[in-house]
Design a protein around this ligand. Sequence first.
Ligand code: NAD
Length: 290
Amino acid sequence: MPGPRLAHKSAVITGAGSGIGLETSLLFASEGCSSVLADINLEAAERTAQRIHEQYPEVKAIAIKCDVSKEAEVEACIKKAVNEFGRLDIVVSCFENVTVPGKWLIAVHQFNNAGIMHPADDNALNTDEKIWDLTQNINVKGVWFGCKHAITAMRANPTDESKGLHVGGSVINTASFVGKMGAATPQIAYTTSKGAVLAMTRELAMVHAKEGIRFNALCPGPLQTPLLMDFLNTPEKLNRRLTHLPMGRFGEAIEQARAVLFLGSDESSYITGMDFLVDGGLSACYVTAE
Ligand code: NAD
């Protein structure tokens, strides 16, 4: 029987209190991964940690309050993961599936997922500059800070090429299908922020490829999570989108979490720089079936 897919690995997950981040935290724990669960809403992150403690008592989960738009807070999260899991002599399965006991080998897997879609985000004429700045600060700068400090942590992982050991890491940045497709239901600040995440992820993937640090952008389609459902608060708004969805339904957060698990595990060891669409076929759609 194969072991858990993330055994002995550690992760930092932002936006861990709800939606995709919550489901990813639970799924990672079920696969043996210890995590720092970061969210601006500490109580929500603590609820996620509590569920992990109850369901997977052998796995470590630490909730931490973090506003991803504040660099010092992001840095503190990543240091927390390195300190907590490193001092416990966490051993990492390397790409060749070799384990080296007793060494400080840490793969900090970083999932930069926290994001907002502000209800006052509208078209180019009606969107206030404050909404623009808030959205870019969280959705773009927050991802940059997460990547920046993950690179520092991952570079500190010892490597031994002579033994075929190379410990890098996997960084997954949550973008969106709206970074790939046009929509006439405008959210100019959000759409722009997600396009920036795609471009940032691609460049980081190229710059750090030879260090064994992979960067991929998860591009979810429209989902049944509070972020979107709070926004689509009338039947008209819901149906305006539903008619364009090939499967005739919104996606579920767990369907994104399964893709994050794949991108975070060594099963995707040759995948980097991808816009990884998990959108129920939306981006391939011209006309939906009757
Ligand atoms: P969600 O609202 O269910 O969860 C987002 C979490 O992020 C919340 O727990 C919230 O407290 C946290 N958060 C918000 N601002 C933060 C900040 N400044 N610092 C730290 N944490 C913060 O949303 P979700 O649907 O799970 O969305 C997760 C990601 O997926 C976002 O980046 C979103 O843009 C993206 N996405 C969502 C959809 C969708 O339809 N839901 C589609 C495409 C992309």
